[in-house]
Write a protein that binds this ligand. Structure first.
Ligand SMILES: NC(=O)c1ccc[n+]([C@@H]2O[C@H](COP(=O)([O-])OP(=O)(O)OC[C@H]3O[C@@H](n4cnc5c(N)ncnc54)[C@H](OP(=O)(O)O)[C@@H]3O)[C@@H](O)[C@H]2O)c1
Length: 288
């Protein structure tokens, strides 16, 4: 059985990764308690002891506001922590799989969808960290995959944590019962975490490189939220609860969609966001 050393195993992605891939791989799951990724020798030691086939590096401080307010701490984790893995895998030949983000394109003047050959211009500390880590991996690693992911969604599941995501955030606002604003000038991919994990075995076998992965979503954020209401069976409550915000990003729409055709051409095909939201809602019996 091939071995995967996983970081961030208590997170939204990592905890579900173990549940999805744990039968097919021996997963050595690390947490911020068991492995200090900011300490180079600790990373070197575990990589040389385990000699994994893959390192799936999902640990990160992924909160944009927190990173903007704590740039040094976040760079130490998001950039230096990644550098330690990029250096350590040189000795074992392990493939480094790095979870990056569409947020590397946040500051681009031109609108998405972006391909892998577009030059990213991040404008947040988190986006800058991810891009710097990517560049280091590309320059130093002999075998790597960099997966630029769109915003992933899922719902709480027994024993598994949930990060803020569009489906869960929307459901929480519905439960509050107060009207909330949703931008009509924002476009981004939204991917069901289960769809990502269902494809991960194939993803691990992709040729080395940088890939844009996830569901295509050509709906605005407002339209996506309305779709969630419809899929939940409460479309009639949209006028009461959803305030269409035409002001935010009105000067220049925010469009960080990813062009995923390169990965699609290699067999990594996702359903679109509308279909995945509907399926997640029905699979989890969320329709009212
Ligand atoms: N979720 C998304 O929509 C999305 C989209 C694009 C890219 N990504 C990327 O995908 C990865 C996983 O995201 P996620 O949603 O699962 O994030 P998450 O729920 O915030 O989990 C991140 C994990 O990183 C670990 N971590 C933080 N600081 C650490 C440190 N100093 N040392 C070791 N581990 C540390 C935490 O471990 P402990 O719990 O053990 O403290 C946490 O469980 C991240 O790299 C993120 O940037 C996520």
């Amino acid at each position: 059985m091939k071995k995967i050393l996983l970081t961030g195993s208590r997170g939204f992605f990592g905890s579900r990764f173990i549940r999805s891939l744990g039968r097919d791989y021996e997963i050595i799951a690390t947490t911020s308690d068991s492995l200090k990724i900011t300490i180079r020798s600790d990373v070197e030691n575990i990589i040389s002891a385990v000699k994994p086939d893959y390192v799936v590096h999902a640990a990160a401080i992924a909160e944009t506001d927190f990173c903007n307010k704590n740039p040094e701490r976040c760079r130490a984790v998001n950039v230096e922590g990644t550098m330690h893995f990029a250096d350590a895998v040189k000795k074992t030949g392990s493939r480094l799989v790095f979870l990056s983000t569409e947020q590397v394109f946040n500051g681009n003047a031109e609108a998405g969808p972006y391909t892998e050959s577009d030059t990213p211009v991040p404008d947040t500390e988190y986006g800058k960290n991810k891009l710097e880590a990517e560049s280091y991996i590309i320059s130093e690693c002999r075998d790597y995959l960099i997966l630029r992911c769109t915003w992933m969604f899922g719902v709480p599941s027994k024993g598994l944590p949930v990060s803020p995501n569009l489906l869960w955030n929307t459901m929480q606002m519905i439960l509050k019962g107060e009207p909330f604003k949703v931008p009509a000038n924002e476009y981004r991919g939204i991917t069901y975490i289960d769809d990502m994990l269902d494809r991960f075995n194939t993803i691990l076998g992709l040729p080395e490189g940088v890939y844009h992965t996830g569901s295509v979503n050509n709906m605005s954020r407002y339209e996506t939220v309305c779709h969630i209401f419809d899929a939940l069976g409460i479309g009639s409550r949209i006028p009461e609860l959803v305030i269409r915000d035409d002001e935010k990003y009105s000067g220049s729409p925010r469009d960080v969609r990813l062009d995923t055709s390169a990965a699609r051409g290699l067999g990594i095909v996702f359903p679109d966001t509308a279909e995945s939201l509907s399926r997640c809602i029905s699979e989890n019996y969320l329709r009212v």
